[in-house]
Write a protein that binds this ligand. Sequence first.
Ligand SMILES: [Cu+2]
Length: 374
Amino acid sequence: MNAEPIKPSRYQSDSGALAKVAALLLGLLVAVLMLFVVLMWVDARTEQKAVASPAAPSAPAPAHAHNTALPIESFAGVVPANAQELAAAHKPYDATLPPLQAGDVAKIRMVMKDQTLEIAPGVKYNVWSFDTAPGPVVHVRQGQTVEFTLVNGGKIPHSMDFHAARIAPNKAFRDVMPGESFTFRFKANDPGVFMYHCGTKPVLAHIANGMYGAIVVSPTDMPAADNEYVLVASEWYMNGDGITEPASLDMAKAHRMEPDWTTFNGYANQYVTHPLTAKPGETTRFWVVAAGPTLDTNFHVVGTVFNRAWVNGDMSRFQRGVQTVGVPAGGGAVFDVKIDDEGLYPFVSHAFAHVDLGQVGLLKVGDPEGTMSH
Ligand SMILES: [Cu+2]
C-alpha cells in the first residue's frame, strides 16, 4: 500500500525536469533564430551593394551553364531589314512528293554534311544534315525494300533511324563513324508517312540540328489526289540571332522547349512567299510529319475542312469533316482537301505561337486576284 502515494510525487518531479529541458531547448532555438536573422541581414546588405554598383548593368552576365533558371534570350522573329527581299530570293524546299522508284528495291543514299543553311530570311544556322534540313523526302511503295546507305561526311558519329522500319535498332541504326558509310535494308510493309532521324546520342541535339526528314510509304490502295505535298514540321533553338554570324544549338532552350523559330520544311514562312498551288476543284494531299525535336504540330487548313484525315498515319481508315489534327513529335498524318473556290488558304499549326514563329504556309488555289505568283 506504500506504493500508491509515491507515484504522484514521482510524476511531479518528472514534469519539473521536463519543463527545465523545454526551457533550455527554447532558449537554444531563439539563439539560432537570431543568428539566422543576422546572417540574412548581412546577405541583403551584400546584394544591395551589388545592385548599387555602377558597373553591374553593363557587365556581362556570368556564364553558369548548369543553371537553367537563368533568363533565356529569344531571337524569335529577329530578321535583317531586307528580310522581304531575302525571302523572295530564297529557293523554297521542294514540298512536292517525289516519284516512286521502279522495281522491288528502292536504293536511297544520303551524305551527312555539316553546313550552314538559312532557316529564316537572313538567319543562318550551323546544321548537321542529311544533305539538306530536312533531309530529302523518301518515297517508296508499300512492300518495296528500302536499301539505305548513310555516308558520314561529318566530324562526329551519326546514324539513321527510320520509323517505317521493323528492324533491330542496335544493328541497323548503329553509329556510323566520320568518313565511313553503312548500308542496311528493310521492307516497307507499313504504309503511311513516317519520320526518319539521326538516333545518335544526345538525340535531342542531332534532331534539333537538322537531322530529320520524312519517308512516305504509299499504300497500294488509296483514293487519287491531284497534288501531293510533304510537310515536315520542326523547331530551331539558337544561341544567337544568326544574322551577324551563323547560330548554333542552344541546348538550354531545347530543354526548356522555347524555340526561336518553328517551320515547315526547315525555313520559316517559305510557303507564304512561295505558295504551294492547286487548281479549283482539285484534291490536294498533305503528308505531314512532326519532327520536333520536341513540339507537336496541330495541322489545320484555314478556309476549309479536311475531306479525309488519316489520323496518326493509320492508313486503314480515314476521318471526314475534321478541322484540326494533332501530329505528335515523331509522328505523321495525311490530309486531303478538295477546294473549289479560288483563293489563298493558309495551312498552319493551329497552336498559334507556331504561326508567329514561322510554321505557316499558303495553298494558292487558282489565280486569285491581287497575288503574285512568286
Ligand atoms: Cu547525327
